[in-house]
Design a binder for this molecule. Structure first.
Ligand SMILES: *[C@@H]1O[C@H](CO)[C@@H](O)[C@H](O)[C@H]1NC(C)=O
Ligand SMILES: *[C@@H]1O[C@H](CO)[C@@H](O)[C@H](O)[C@H]1NC(C)=O
Length: 480
């Protein structure tokens, strides 16, 4: 009886929700406080892109006991956002969305997946833009639009990675952005921003930005420009700095952006163990005026070795040393100051006007005529997806993590559970802690190792960001 009352009381706290955020000019804004929001995120891709198996009945947000384990550990990390890549609109995500909401975390969601027919391909793109593809992306919107912690949708991820793809793909991604925005404006109770997640390939990065962000002159109703722009950037390796990492060029390149800019992935692993010193810079005075934070790659360990936690098939998990290294950097930030910045007064940055002159790289698309909707799509757009997936917050019976979780030194993490936050709160360091055993980042060995690798880091940053990124895109398998 007492237990039941306690559970009910806990369930009741689920009415608490994060405040849905809005985009105003080039910032994410909490409309209740008027404060800017900085994304402190982690990419959440359990099983990797190959682990997305909707036909077997699961995706990253469909297994509540897994989400509980990961939300609890992410509370310890201090993050406030997850990015999820591969989602099936036909699975139930209510419990996981409710868990992450209660844990104070927003969700940035890719509408595409690596499966055939579920994303645009970067060759013969016109062959992958058709009715059932669009229907699926709209269904993802339906499935997630009613959760308060849905922060944004990505209409594409790294579909453009070089000049050949830059020649054919841009009109299609811009068309998908248009279609998603129209769908949201017709069927969602609140605006949810839609944008593109770019590969940080400097040859095409700013043309990509300009192509997606420009406004058609004299067409106020045009919905095809992105509401935000994000990039996957791996140019800060090891003990680098603002200049050496070329993050300074990104700030310079995006300083007049009309939409929010953030890293949709970061966390180079050319130098290991990772020490995540970029965190202090991303959330420091050199960057926060232009960037709205970033999403570290990635929560779950895969073959490509970017993970913070090694999750086994049976649900048990081992915390990796990078987990504590990242947590320690996030913990150093002044979160109160960081999340209470006001947007500057004065005129907002103006979007570029669409014109062939805007595109600097020869061979990159400079024609802004977009493909028209495929034959049956106007009806789906107007009437809505049928049958319609519906998402809603639900009560969670227990916040306790049922899987065994161990520290890098093999000690067991005891009493791990999600700490539900109160209304309008987002997660930050200190909301949840664990017994961390003999955490190797405490010993200081990682610091000496990283400085001996500084030369390597410098080379990686100056010479090979595009290369590193290309290899990554291949491994992750998104640039289909
Ligand atoms: C559209 O999406 C819904 C939800 O996933 C699905 O049930 C339906 O079969 C799809 N319709 C078409 C025409 O693809
Ligand atoms: C731009 O593309 C459209 C549609 O493919 C085409 O009709 C038009 O001729 C193109 N414009 C130029 C200047 O190439």
């Amino acid at each position: 009886m007492i237990l039941q009352t306690a559970l009910l009381a806990l369930g009741a706290t689920l009415a608490a929700a994060v405040q849905p955020l809005e985009v105003k000019d080039n910032y994410f804004i909490n409309p209740k406080t008027g404060n800017r929001f900085q994304i402190i995120g982690v990419a959440y891709q359990p099983g990797g892109s190959a682990g997305y198996k909707p036909q077997e009945g699961f995706d990253p947000l469909s297994r509540p006991e897994h989400c509980l384990r990961d939300a609890a550990l992410m509370q310890v990390l201090g993050v406030n956002t997850i990015r999820v890549y591969n989602l099936s609109p036909d699975l139930n995500h209510d419990e996981c969305a409710s868990i992450f909401n209660a844990a104070g975390m927003y969700m940035v969601l890719d509408v595409n997946s690596p499966l055939v027919g579920e994303s645009l391909q970067n060759f013969a793109t016109w062959e992958s833009y058709y009715d059932t593809y669009l229907n699926r992306t709209f269904a993802v919107v339906e499935a997630f639009k009613d959760y308060p912690n849905t922060l944004a949708f990505f209409s594409g991820n790294e579909v453009i990675s070089d000049i050949p793809s830059g020649k054919v793909v841009p009109p299609y991604v811009r068309a998908v952005t248009r279609d998603l925005k129209e769908y949201i404006s017709l069927h969602s109770d609140r605006p949810i921003p839609v944008g593109y997640s770019a590969a940080d390939v400097r040859d095409v990065l700013f043309d990509t930005y300009n192509y997606f962000q420009c406004h058609e002159e004299g067409d106020d109703k045009d919905m095809s420009h992105g509401d935000l722009f994000a990039l996957n950037s791996y140019s800060w390796c090891g003990d680098s700095d603002f200049k050496k990492s070329t993050f300074d060029d990104l700030v310079e390149g995006f300083k007049e952006s009309s939409v929010p800019i953030f890293y949709s992935e970061y966390g180079c692993n050319e130098v290991t163990p990772r020490i995540f010193t970029e965190v202090g810079t991303i959330y420091g005075p050199e960057m926060t005026g232009v960037f709205s934070g970033g999403i570290v790659y990635e929560y779950v360990q895969e073959d490509n070795n970017y993970g913070l936690v090694d999750v086994k098939e049976d649900g048990t998990a081992k915390i990796l040393p990078d987990f504590y290294a990242f947590r320690d950097q996030v913990a150093k930030l002044d979160h109160k100051a960081l999340q209470s910045m006001k947007p500057p007064s004065g005129p907002a940055n103006k979007a570029p006007v669409c014109s062939p002159k805007l595109i600097k790289t020869k061979g990159f698309a400079n024609n802004f005529t977009l493909p028209v909707l495929p034959p049956n799509a106007p009806e789906i757009l107007k009437a809505g997806v049928k049958p319609k997936p519906v998402g809603k917050l639900v009560n969670v019976d227990s916040w306790k993590v049922t899987f065994k979780v161990t520290n890098p030194d093999g000690s067991t993490v005891s009493d791990l559970e999600v700490k539900p936050l109160s209304n309008d709160e987002t997660n930050q360091p200190g909301t949840n802690t664990v017994n961390e055993g003999d955490n190797p980042t405490k010993t200081g060995s990682s610091a000496s190792e990283s400085s001996s690798n500084a030369a390597v880091a410098g080379f990686g940053a100056a010479g090979a960001p595009a290369l590193a990124l290309g290899a990554f895109a291949f491994v992750a398998g998104f640039a289909l």
